[in-house]
Write a protein that binds this ligand. Sequence first.
Ligand code: CAA
Length: 382
Amino acid sequence: MVGIDKIGFYTPQQYLDLKDLAQARQVDPNKYLIGIGQSKMAVADMDQDIVAMAANAAEEILDAEDRQKIGLLIVATESGVDQSKAAALFVQELLHLHHNLRAVEIKEACYGATAALGWAYDFVSLHPEQKALVIASDIARYGLKTAGEVTQGAGAVALLISQKPRILALEKQSIYRSQNANDFWRPNYSQEAFARGKYSEELYLQMFSQVYQQAAELISEKSLAALLFHIPFSKMGRKALQTLTTQLTDSDYQRLEQRFNKSIIYGKNVGNIYTGSLYLSLLSLLENDDTLKPNDRIGLFSYGSGAVAELFFGRLQPGYQNSLNPHKHQELLAQRKKLTIKEYEQIFQQHLVTDGSSQLIPSKRETGHRLFKVENHERFYK
Ligand code: CAA
């Protein structure tokens, strides 16, 4: 049995209230709060790039034995910091991991972490005495005053994959599809993503429907206790869930809807963290729902624009609650500083130097990992 043994989470310590964004953009706040279904979005300072966030998410879950047993480290990201070198190599050093491991980066928009999870599953199945660390870390940027602005966010989720997992045992069989599509993309020269917003929503729903219908046999074996979604914004997942109203009994739908509502609590306050978003939904459900039971079966729908979709399943393990850290994560969200629109716009427009000169990166953090300097086109972390 292979699956998720521990889950770590990190998000920058400042946010923008979407009511303030609505006012600044002269939009009815209910469009953002209800129409999009989001409340706040995390905003990353320059010292919290995807490497620093990845290390911060993993740091909270790893003990000495884990560090020693990790044989595969994958950082999945849309917002990598280097065209060549894997973010995982910086993270390996920051986490004081040994050198007998594979450290790589995986990219496929918001699907990357699910691809990484598949590789980690195979790796641990082959090497049961070892563990794999998958970290999803992203900063979602669409640009000031764009339609996608309200669906930005930043954060990282770390998943430790092992034999005899303490949280969620993953099932071997999953259903996946891919097709070449231009619903969302980011050319190498651009800091901001481009999206055909409405088309991306249509494709998400279309691919969800395709994998769900293909998985019908797998699903009907036993009804699901919860169905989780990639959440670029909570309304997107809700729309996907609502496509099932005609296929499910009222009681099945209500159960899934109640648990869906628990799964979006964290994401509504963090925003889109691209490849980590599905796993933040899982963490949110497990840390906010007290009705789930061991052996409950959970479905997870992963979607990455471009586009790849996968529906896979897992079973909750006895005592899974003991491996979670709800108070810490709720505190992490609660203690964040609220930014004014002006502060948010200033932070958004900051950039690292690109001419090879030396730049010390200011930081508001006293603890944890951060980017502290760029020099000669290299990044330096502590
Ligand atoms: N009260 C309540 N609801 C309101 C409202 C009000 N006053 N005013 C508007 N709304 C509703 C609208 O009716 C609409 O609801 P439906 O979607 O149910 O029709 C919703 O608010 C959004 O409003 P618009 O239709 O005007 O949409 P928009 O032009 O503002 O764009 C968006 C919305 C397409 C999601 C845009 O934010 C975007 O492009 N985001 C980035 C792309 C994205 O996240 N796509 C998701 C699928 S791709 C993916 O999942 C991968 C990924 O992470 C990127």
